[in-house]
Design a protein. Structure first.
Length: 393
């Protein structure tokens, strides 16, 4: 894996990187819109002759439904052939014609050739699969999973977890000795009411390089954050509490602590909900310990965050390539020279339901970095990510 760290002219590099990303998004939008319009046009023209699977991310797959149980769906796709799908990936299946149910009422099936047999009335075909629409010979099926088990007491803390673990490593033994080690752990737990979520983030990056006859150059970054969000409206507005600690030797920051709370909003838009925006603002207690000759201090601070996410079409069934960017501004009260900002851009490319590759650019800025250190820390990484729990795409 690749991990490249630089503390020189990183601000210019980061701005150039952002401009390149925005330029690529700009020139690819017409093609993406054309692709989306074509897929929706194909879906509308095929609606009268072919079955269709609509996934939770908005993608559509046309072909013929072969079988469906409460556990999985077997679908013959025109593009991918016969595939087995999980209901958690699917929003709806539209079936042309009528569908029969076996006497056991545990499966929906239709023959591979010939007219589809009839089914009685517009009722539940299986106890977990319901008919939600039937017009002009079209039948729409939706999976209705059983009600989730309600846990109480200490057992409740062991359930409803999801997240990912990412690792990036680079070992070089040539003209110089260089070791780059990095790992990220993100975990979240959704409350049983679906109105609250707790987020945990841990990050560690270590780099050690040495040229023949030279002194070793060591840089390290460690970060830990916890956040608890509470939905207060159905429109995406939420309150949150946070606590975090941050260490970055390249910026001369020994330990930075922050504790506070604020309000945020997030929402999706676009035909397939492929765009996601997040804005939040908070006030926090701020304690900053820096290496000499820097000056440590305590103060109040404000956190202003902007985030954007875009889901690109992707051949993998029920998944998408996801571009994410996030910028955090941290103005410090009564310390105008202590302004900080942290930003990252990420491209996530899945190759299975659990594993994906991440391309990441991070940039941290501290205006009050000690004179013998740099004000910018920039890191480019390629990492392997494993997702656990309920995956997001």
């Amino acid at each position: 894996m690749l991990n490249c760290v630089s503390s020189t002219a990183a601000e210019t590099f980061f701005l150039t990187t952002v401009r390149m990303i925005l330029y690529l998004l700009l020139i690819t939008q017409p093609a993406l819109r054309a692709s989306e319009n074509a897929s929706w046009a194909d879906k509308s023209t095929e609606a009268g002759t072919k079955d269709a699977v609509t996934f939770v991310n908005g993608d559509c797959l046309s072909g013929r439904l072969l079988a469906a149980t409460k556990d999985q769906v077997i679908f013959n796709s025109e593009v991918m052939g016969q595939v087995t799908l999980q209901w958690k990936q699917i929003r709806q299946i539209t079936v042309i014609g009528k569908v029969s149910s076996l006497p056991s009422k545990t499966m929906i099936t239709r023959p591979s050739a010939g007219p589809a047999p009839q089914t009685p009335d517009n009722q539940f075909i299986d106890k977990d699969i319901s008919v939600v629409q039937q017009t002009d010979g079209m039948l729409a099926l939706r999976f209705s999973p059983p009600a989730p088990v309600q846990y109480s007491g200490p057992d409740a803390l062991l359930h409803n977890w999801a997240g990912f673990l990412r690792s990036d490593t680079n070992l070089l033994r040539a003209t110089q000795k260089k070791s780059d080690l990095g790992a990220d752990l993100h975990a979240s737990r959704l409350s049983q009411s679906k109105r609250q979520v707790t987020l945990f983030d841990l990050q560690a990056n270590y780099s050690d390089s040495k040229k023949p006859g030279g002194s070793p150059v060591i840089t390290d970054l460690y970060k830990g954050d916890i956040e608890h969000d509470i939905d207060i409206t159905n429109g995406g507005t939420y309150l949150y509490l946070l606590a975090g600690a941050y260490h970055n030797s390249s910026l001369g920051l020994q330990v930075v602590q922050g504790y506070g709370g604020g309000i945020g909003w997030q929402g999706k838009f676009g035909r397939r909900g492929q765009h996601k925006l997040t804005f939040s603002g908070d006030s926090r207690y701020w304690k900053e310990d820096v290496y000499s000759p820097g000056v440590s201090f305590e103060s109040a601070a404000f956190g202003l965050t902007e985030g954007y996410e875009y889901h690109f079409p992707w051949p993998k069934v029920g998944q998408a390539i996801v571009f994410t960017e996030k910028i955090l501004f941290l103005p410090i009260c009564n310390h105008s020279n202590a302004f900080q900002s942290r930003a990252f851009a990420q491209l996530n490319v899945p190759f299975s339901s659990r594993f994906s590759i991440d391309f990441i650019e991070e940039d941290d800025y501290a205006r009050n970095a000690p004179h013998n250190t740099k004000q910018n820390y920039s890191s480019m990484q390629i990492g392997l990510k494993y997702s656990f729990g309920q995956t997001s795409h």
